[in-house]
Design a binder for this molecule. Structure first.
Ligand code: ADP
Ligand code: MG
Length: 242
């Protein structure tokens, strides 16, 4: 589905090599966990996939089309790639329902009734149907993140990108968000998840990427990465986080 080829992203006139030649293929139905120390390039990698960052060099083929080329319609691309951030990014002055229906109505020209029905269905799926008319501030962090996930699903994306979706949550709310993500993975959704939740990476991911200093240092199944890590930097990282 997505083929990343020798992707580089430099900042500060090339002084910072956030991504330094990353190549990876993402297949339909993959649930990829991206792990690595802070500053290793995980967010930049994820943000490059839907062009929130424009790569310095390299290419990203999405269904065979290089999306780093100028003629690509970025809005259309982003519809196909849902993104969930650490800090939810819900619109504070809109109700949960309005947060859900805004983009489908505006971008997909979905009739309001249809958008509302779809939103309520998705909210039901994450146990939040009764909060449709609440405002984000009235929800817990875990609830907000569940809304952010189903809001992204409103656009029927082909792939979902998650950037540390549980890092800003109180510990008791991490599980409810991971459960929603786990359920989503079981529906066959293609997912790329930047996470510090090694349990999730191990149980739900089918592949794990370890990034360090902008490089994809090691890649493998959870069994390989957690059971028999080869690279010393991965071994060191795991010794700290496990
Ligand atoms: P991670 O998500 O793994 O913590 P990031 O992708 O956020 O890492 O960052 C990788 C490197 O790129 C870091 O050194 C970071 O400081 C740098 N970086 C990220 N975004 C920018 C930016 N907009 N401007 C300058 N440097 C950046
Ligand atoms: Mg990050």
């Amino acid at each position: 589905m997505i083929s990343v080829q020798n992707l580089c992203k430099y900042f500060k006139k090339d002084a910072i090599r956030a991504l330094d030649g990353i190549s990876v293929d993402i297949r339909q139905g993959d649930v990829i966990a991206a792990i690595g120390p802070s500053g290793s390039g995980k967010s930049t990698f994820l943000r490059s996939l839907n062009l929130l960052e424009m790569p310095t060099s390299g290419s990203i083929l999405f269904h065979g089309v290089d999306i780093t080329q100028k003629k690509v319609n970025i809005d259309q691309l982003r519809q196909k790639m849902g993104m969930v951030f650490q800090h939810f990014n819900l619109f504070p002055h809109r109700t949960i329902l309005q947060n859900m229906t805004l983009a489908p109505e505006k971008v997909l020209r979905m009739p309001r009734e249809m958008a509302t029905e779809k939103a309520l269905q998705l909210l039901r799926r994450v146990g939040l149907e009764d909060r449709a008319d609440a405002y984000p501030i009235q929800l817990s962090g875990g609830q907000k993140q569940r809304v952010a996930i189903v809001r992204a699903l409103m656009m029927e994306p082909e792939v979902m990108l998650f950037d540390e979706p549980t890092s800003a949550l109180d510990p008791e709310m991490v599980g409810e968000v991971l459960d929603v993500m786990k359920e989503l993975a079981h529906t066959g959704m293609t997912m790329v998840v930047v996470t510090h939740e090694m349990g999730f990476a191990r149980e739900v991911g089918n592949r794990v990427l370890f990034l360090d200093q902008g490089k994809l240092v090691e890649e493998g199944t959870p069994e390989q990465i957690f059971g028999a890590p080869k690279n010393p930097r991965l071994q060191e990282f795991l010794a700290k986080v496990l």
